[in-house]
Write a protein that binds this ligand. Sequence first.
Ligand code: GAR
Length: 207
Amino acid sequence: MNIAVFASGSGSNFQAIIDRQKSGDLQVNLALLVGNNSKAQCFGRARSAEIPTLHMSPSHFESELSYANTLLAKLSESKIELIVLAGYMKMLPPQLITAYKDKIINIHPSLLPLFGGHGMYGMNVHNAVKESGVKISGVTIHAVTEIYDEGPILYQASVPVYESDSPKEIADRVLVCEHDSYWRVIKALADKTISIKNGTVRGSVRK
Ligand code: GAR
């Protein structure tokens, strides 16, 4: 399975996927890293792992359509079969979501539908979790649809939230869980033990 990972920042989830692929746990082809910030650490991680990179920012294009068409052409050139969003902070153009229907997945650092939606990304999520007083948080991996953070859920795993936790401590605990989760879902999709068809998930990911 040819995979493109989209990332914007540090890319620790991307690295965890690379490590599982290198160890042989995950037998897929990491064909492309797509990012909107060429100075971000995820680009360095791709270079170290000899994964081709594509720097694409919507602001470099005169219209969303020309951005989408260029991106689609590049993904098609690399014969991409699955798009894995790993801390990608830009909205995807609707043309991409249509062209890769059922073939885009995202990781979110909370138990959706809690703490999702507009403005809920990165530390904003963990600040809101702390503020709310919930006793568990976790990770959600879901298929991407036109509605932000609302695609069908493929996998969730929880972590405890302790009274003394700072938002950063919650974030760190969730991130460890993310690193142990994303590759399992990618493997299950590659092995076809889980599938997404017309927005419906069949099968499950076993730990
Ligand atoms: C991860 O916690 C990921 O779940 C989150 O951004 C972080 C990226 O970290 N994504 C979102 O908040 C998307 N709504 P990383 O760059 O170290 O993988």
